[in-house]
Design a protein around this ligand. Structure first.
Ligand code: 6R9
Length: 635
């Protein structure tokens, strides 16, 4: 894939203008030049946000695995496609070349076929971060089956809900997983879940930890013996551009999880394009995204985007603090990682530890640092920039969503001047709009509002599986003829975007619109504060007041709490103004977080307003036990 790297700021604006003036010809050119099609499209785009319906490259035929694997074989057959770095650093890393990947994907694809999986069938994948996870996604795509990956940290109830919602016929799992010095019996969790799923006909089990597990007669089978006798040739299923590729569940602010449906051609084109440009990936570089493939970040930027570019993508099975807090930096040095992509929550955790962990490793291979998943606060941004990037690797703060399929707003490294806490400018083809509460677009700069996208892009989710009405209600009803992201954003004097957080996190205090993220930023600047979360709670006079949940660093432990509270409010006053001062501050040991590291503000809002009833399903939290502790402290 040759030359669609954007080289400088001027070229960015040229490309952007072109992409907005004539989106069809812009994307058509990229699709023409850089991918392998069985048949070209009849029409580049048709769309109607009122239905809503969006179709890209209609009439085209392709298979995404031919683009991610087969076409590289002639030129990159021996190149490493996937580096697998296991949980235990004493175990050897695995280097899977493109030709080996081809064999392994085809074998698994043949096994799936032999088990009766056909085009359009749904397959649930519940695996740790081992090569079989990436291979399972690709094997499904090879035969046109729709994969539905469930993050292998979710509970059996969460698995069952997701399997039943999309009626998966098969589950691919493992006997267990390693996580630091622990092992987790995944199969037991799957068994409990699948017991509630009449649609599941077969369960394939990867051997990872050699655990003694139950195998249900007639349903469960070890995968390896089936692979041993499978053929390494498997003709790719010819897919239409708009045929489904995968379902991935994301939690809504209310109700059951939403199965976002992504389709084939548009998703492929957009993730490949953004991977290459947002990371400035070049041949022979090593790219590492530390997310789990159970999230959209892993789908788009561990598997499909990198492989469509013939890149070397690293999969890490472990955790940042095993055997100790230097593990990430050790992996970067060991594999000479050039682009590193992680989440602010990880950066904050790493920044709490001694700098020795960082300093004993050579990080000079790094060229680009990425951030994703939540707003990156200023302190974390600087720590990442100073200590990891040594002020020479640009930080790309990439804003996007499960629903958007790929990165929508991000600096292009070495092209877009960065600014801490700003995701900066839209990727080519993306037309953001800020909207006011009355549904009008706010033009000009130095404004803030609700973030919408007013024109389709290739990788947008096409529907919610089994519930198109909910798709319409959630994303296309708040504002006429626009996709509503659910996030708030501001546009600064030069047109850079800063995501201020979910719109439901905005608190109106005495008539002032306050984003919680900038206040958290301010608090986190206090030397004794490790992390904080702010929510609104009802107040007789102000309408809403602010409640801060604050985790202290060790240095703050022994200190007088009243004094600290005053200092924290003083910091807020200095950074934002007295209007943003907190009415209540509670020091806590942890914050309730989702598995992807997002703070569950819904729960904190309830605690702040002393409503301890019905927290909803907290079983999928990373740390459900922290909820009771916070509640006890609030009484
Ligand atoms: C990719 C991913 C989506 C929500 C999104 C927003 C928040 C993600 C962000 C960010 C500020 C960034 N978010 N990236 N907020 N700056 N760079 O995380 O998808 O799990 O669906 O979450 O995450 O609130 O709306 P997903």
């Amino acid at each position: 894939m040759s030359n669609y790297h954007i080289k400088d700021f001027e070229e960015y604006f040229q490309v952007y203008r072109k992409s907005v003036r004539n989106p069809e010809s812009f994307w058509e050119e990229i699709a023409e030049e850089h991918f392998l099609w069985r048949k070209k499209w009849d029409k580049v785009l048709s769309w109607d946000f009122s239905k809503p319906e969006v179709k890209w490259f209609e009439g085209a035929e392709l298979n995404i695995t031919e683009n991610c694997i087969d076409r590289h074989l002639a030129t990159r057959g021996d190149k490493t496609a996937i580096i697998f770095e296991p949980n235990d650093p004493k175990d050897p890393a695995e280097y899977i070349s493109y030709s080996e990947l081809s064999n392994r994907v085809n074998k698994l694809a043949n096994v799936l076929k032999a088990k009766g999986i056909k085009k359009g069938d749904r397959v649930c994948i519940y695996l740790p971060m081992i090569p079989e996870l990436a291979i399972s996604l690709l094997a499904c795509a090879r035969i046109g089956a729709i994969h539905s990956v469930v993050f292998a940290g979710f509970s059996s109830t969460a698995i069952a809900t997701r399997i039943n919602d999309s009626e998966c016929k098969m589950v691919i799992t493992s006997d267990g997983s390693y996580r630091g010095n622990k092992t987790i019996n995944l199969k037991e969790i799957v068994d409990e879940g699948v017991d509630q799923c009449p649609c599941v006909e077969s369960v394939l089990v990867v051997k990872r930890i050699n655990a003694a597990i139950n195998m249900k007669e007639g349903r469960d089978e070890w995968l390896q013996p089936l692979l041993d006798v499978a053929s390494a040739d498997c003709e790719a299923e010819v897919m239409n551009a708009e045929d489904p590729l995968f379902i991935l569940y994301t939690s809504g602010s209310t109700g059951s999880p939403k199965g976002m449906l992504h389709t084939t051609a548009g998703y492929m084109v957009y993730t490949a394009f953004t991977f290459k440009n947002a990371f400035q990936y070049r041949e022979d570089e090593v790219y590492w995204c530390s997310a789990d493939i159970g999230w959209i970040t892993g789908h788009s930027y561990i598997v499909y985007g990198p492989l469509a570019n013939g890149a070397t993508t690293l999969m890490f099975e472990g955790v940042p603090n095993y055997p100790d807090w230097s593990r990430f930096w050790e992996v970067i040095e060991k594999h000479q990682v050039n682009q590193f992509y992680t989440a602010p929550t990880a950066i904050r955790a790493l920044a709490k530890e001694k700098l020795d962990y960082v300093e004993k490793h050579d990080l000079s291979s790094l060229k680009v640092l990425g951030s994703v998943g939540e707003p990156i606060n200023e302190e974390a941004w600087h720590w990442y920039n100073d200590n990891i990037g040594k002020k020479k690797s640009p930080i790309i703060d990439t804003w996007w969503q499960t629903e958007t399929g790929g990165i929508l707003i991000s600096p292009i490294p070495y092209v877009t001047p960065t600014k801490p806490t700003y995701a900066t400018l839209p990727m080519p083809g993306i037309q953001p709009a800020l909207m006011d509460e009355n549904g009008n677009e706010i033009k000009g700069n130095q404004v803030d509002g609700r973030l919408c996208i007013k024109f389709p892009w290739p990788s947008m989710a096409r529907t919610i599986w089994g519930n198109h009405q909910r798709y319409k209600d959630t994303y296309f009803s708040a504002f006429d003829n626009k996709y509503f992201t659910g996030d708030g954003a501001l546009r600064d004097e030069v047109g850079y975007y800063r995501i201020t957080g979910r719109v439901d996190d905005v608190v109106i205090v005495s008539g002032h619109n306050l984003g919680t993220a900038p206040i958290e930023d301010a608090i986190n600047e206090h030397p004794a504060v490790a992390e904080s979360a702010i929510v609104g709670f009802p107040h007789d006079i102000k309408g809403n007041a602010l409640y801060g949940f604050v985790i202290l660093k060790e240095v703050g432990e022994g200190r007088d709490r009243d004094n600290l509270s005053n200092e924290i409010n003083q910091t807020i006053t200095e950074h934002i103004g007295p209007i943003a001062k907190l009415d209540k501050i509670q020091f806590v040991v942890g914050l309730p977080k989702t598995r992807s590291g997002k703070i569950m503000r819904r729960i904190l809002r309830k605690i702040a307003s002393k409503d301890f009833s019905n927290f909803g399903d907290i079983s999928t939290l990373l740390n459900p036990d922290v909820v009771q502790k916070i509640q006890d402290g609030a009484l």
